[in-house]
Design a protein around this ligand. Structure first.
Ligand code: SF4
Length: 328
């Protein structure tokens, strides 16, 4: 870790003003950034503390919520409005990390956490296009159990590690930003980028832009929703496969279905094909199976992670089956 300066932002505008060059970073809980700085992956000369800024959860006029970027993961998971209106989000938050980390980690930081690809962290021993563009990727041909089967490229096959973002993707969440050019909003599903030829460019954020909050629209289907995370051990582990899903059944037909996948792609993976296949159908095992197969048809597994196709398929079907039982 190199020496760095610290300053506390008094407001969002103040924070944006203080981020004056490419070697400064916003910090709140620091649960990922400090690790990256210790490993010399992030060589940061200045941190601007935004942990005292927006830390409330407010109602929106359309019945949704706007969550301040500095709200801690534990607080959001425990919010009664989240637990009743968006149980998938509460469960996703509680599936992430450890209790101690959730107490520190914030919503904004959770969105911007970086991959846990072990080659990415192996600064001295492994080549990594994300860490050092153009050098190669030692994960390809290496140990790929935790890597992507959807949306990867021949430059990078890393997965996005967040559980919370999988639920937010399914909920059509909108990320609120503030930067030197003013405020803007971006759908969460557009914020994280697929690697393509430039895996080091991970988000659509402009230089110096600050996440100020996340808006979660009203979603009647989400009252009947859940999050299931399949992993190698029961806590403090990243997903092999995770599924955030909501299902609303009216008169025996699927009126609304929301599905997003984690652990399988470089970004939270909205399962739009599966959703379209479900809409208007009857909530049966066969319907769920067909939808899952449609979503996974383009999967490109490697030798070490081919099991994820069957695992994702069975998890989608099991989660939808459980929600259908609850919905009828
Ligand atoms: Fe780096 Fe991506 Fe390859 Fe991992 S998969 S080593 S993050 S380029």
């Amino acid at each position: 870790m190199i020496p760095f300066s610290y300053s506390l932002a008094a407001s969002e505008q103040d924070a944006v003003t203080r981020i004056s060059n490419g070697t400064a970073r916003y910090i709140a809980g620091g649960t990922n950034l400090v690790d990256l700085m210790r490993q010399d992956i992030e060589r940061v000369e200045a941190v601007v503390d935004v942990s005292r800024l927006a830390a409330t959860v407010e109602e929106t006029s359309d019945g949704g919520l706007i969550v301040g970027a500095a709200v801690r993961n534990t607080a959001l998971a425990a919010d009664p409005r989240v637990r009743t209106r968006y149980p998938m989000l509460s469960r996703a938050l509680l599936a992430g990390a450890s209790a101690q980390i959730r107490n520190m980690a914030t919503v904004g930081g959770n969105i911007l956490q970086r991959t846990r690809c072990s080659y990415f962290y192996d600064v001295r021993g492994s080549r990594c296009n994300k860490r050092t563009p153009g050098t190669g990727c030692d994960a390809i041909g290496g140990f790929t159990r935790y890597h992507a089967i959807l949306g990867a490229s021949d430059r990078c096959i890393a997965t996005h590690p967040s559980d919370m973002c999988v639920a937010l993707a399914a909920l059509n969440a909108i990320v609120h930003l503030e930067g030197a050019a003013g405020k803007r909003c971006v759908p969460l599903t557009d914020l994280h980028l697929l690697p393509g030829d430039t895996p080091h460019i991970e988000t659509a954020l402009l230089p110096g832009e600050l996440i100020t909050g996340v808006e979660i629209p009203a979603c009647p289907a989400a009252a009947n929703s859940t999050y299931r995370k399949v992993r190698d051990r029961s806590s403090y582990a990243f997903a092999l496969v995770s599924v955030a899903a909501a299902l609303r059944v009216v008169d025996g037909k699927i009126a609304d279905a929301r599905i997003a996948l984690g652990g399988v792609a470089p970004k939270p993976w909205r399962a739009s094909r599966a959703e379209a296949a479900l809409h208007g159908g009857t909530p049966t095992h066969d319907t769920f199976l067909k939808a899952a197969d449609l979503e996974l048809a383009d999967a490109k597994p490697l030798e070490g992670n081919a099991f994820k196709i069957a695992l994702a398929r069975s998890t989608i079907v099991a989660v939808l089956g459980g929600l259908a039982g609850d919905a009828t």
